[in-house]
Design a protein around this ligand. Structure first.
Ligand code: NAD
Length: 325
């Protein structure tokens, strides 16, 4: 059975996901939809059976789409998902779910009503090192963890405004929040301190550029996540977990296990990217209805969004936020 795909968004990640699904057997890109028809045409021209659109309803009316990829910036979520849910079209959506929690809550309720298949682009979950860390942590007492995303300020204008990106913690460091939830369990309480150190040097920016967030986990463990986008280089991102057995250092390259006697490295598989793995899992689920390989659903990602938005609220109010269960 051939799976027909609609790509929504025309930026760097729309291109990435389009190129990945195009390599898959019996998968055909039928439509590319952006705000600008010209940009949609630039992507669609690489795929012989794809047509360009600048209106989602038109694409959905004209093409028989079996599954969609939503690759738009955080501010642009809401209507797109609602249209897909209404028509019962399974979707893969790039993180984060939105700049807020209200829109994802509305969408989640509709997804649950329809029992719609979804997948979210939290790709750290598909790394070999992450899988190995989960396995090793089963036999440990987890004391604490330190997560970090230390880098530069992306050039795109939507990233630099709270209204359009949600800020660094919601837009980018959300990967680390999700990793924490995936390997260490659920979060009970959030406390954040953010600051703007670069302003007023760059007036077109209103996101905080340094921040520290403390998470009290349901297990009793304590996690701090630090982020900055003030650096001149993309320095590092990852999560270090401290246990009664030693230290696990997890990042996009792999996992390092440090204990009393030795240091062991578990490298990630460089032959298949986590982006390919997440798409293989999603397309397999669309084709067979077996969703067991999907590691991040919309419902699960909603909980990551809840933590990230609570961090924004905590920083604004100057107090801890207890999460509703
Ligand atoms: N998983 C990852 O590692 C990863 C990495 C990079 C980006 N992303 C995510 O992918 C998403 C897109 O990022 P990007 O780098 O492609 O951004 P980008 O700025 O390159 O492109 C965004 C595109 O979305 C289009 N767009 C905006 N509103 C739209 C709408 N209502 N309908 C259709 N198209 C619309 C814009 O015209 C633009 O072409 C972001 O949420 C980002 O966080 C994920």
């Amino acid at each position: 059975m051939t799976i027909h795909i609609g790509i929504i968004g025309t930026g760097s990640f729309a291109r990435l996901h389009a190129s990945i699904v195009n390599e898959m057997e019996d998968v055909v890109i039928r439509g590319v939809c952006g705000r600008s028809l010209e940009k949609a045409e630039q992507i669609a021209k690489d795929y012989p059976q794809a047509k360009a659109y600048n209106e989602l309803t038109k694409m959905l009316d004209n093409e028989q789409i079996d599954a969609a990829y939503i690759c738009v910036p955080p501010f642009a979520h809401g209507e797109i998902e609602e249209l897909l849910v209404e028509r019962g079209i399974p979707f893969f959506v790039e993180k984060p779910l939105s700049t807020n929690i209200e829109i994802p809550t509305t969408i989640l309720n509709k997804i649950k009503e329809k029992q719609l298949l979804t997948s979210v682009g939290y790709h750290f979950r598909y790394l070999h090192g992450t899988r190995k860390a989960k396995e090793l942590l089963q036999d440990c007492t987890i004391g604490m963890a330190i997560g970090y995303w230390m880098g530069t300020m992306p050039e795109v204008s939507w990233w630099r405004k709270n209204e359009t990106s949600g800020g660094q913690f919601v837009e980018q460091t959300t990967h680390i929040v999700d990793l924490v939830r995936y390997v260490l369990g659920e979060v009970e309480e959030v406390r954040a301190d953010f600051a703007k150190r670069m302003q007023p040097a760059k007036a077109e920016i209103n996101v905080s550029d340094v921040g520290t967030v403390t998470l009290k986990m349901s297990s009793g463990a304590i996690v701090t996540i630090h982020n900055t986008c003030i650096l001149p280089i993309d320095y590092q991102n990852g999560l270090d977990v401290y246990t009664d057995r030693g230290i696990l250092r997890l990042n996009q390259q792999g996992l390092q296990e440090v204990n009393q006697d030795e240091i062991r490295d578990y490298s990630n598989d460089s032959s298949v990217s986590p982006y390919e793995k997440e798409s293989q899992a999603f397309i397999h689920a669309v084709r067979t209805s077996d969703s067991s390989q999907i590691l991040s659903t919309y419902e699960d990602a909603w909980k990551t969004q809840q933590v990230a938005i609570a961090a924004n609220q905590s920083a604004e109010l100057g107090q801890s936020i207890k999460l509703a269960k």
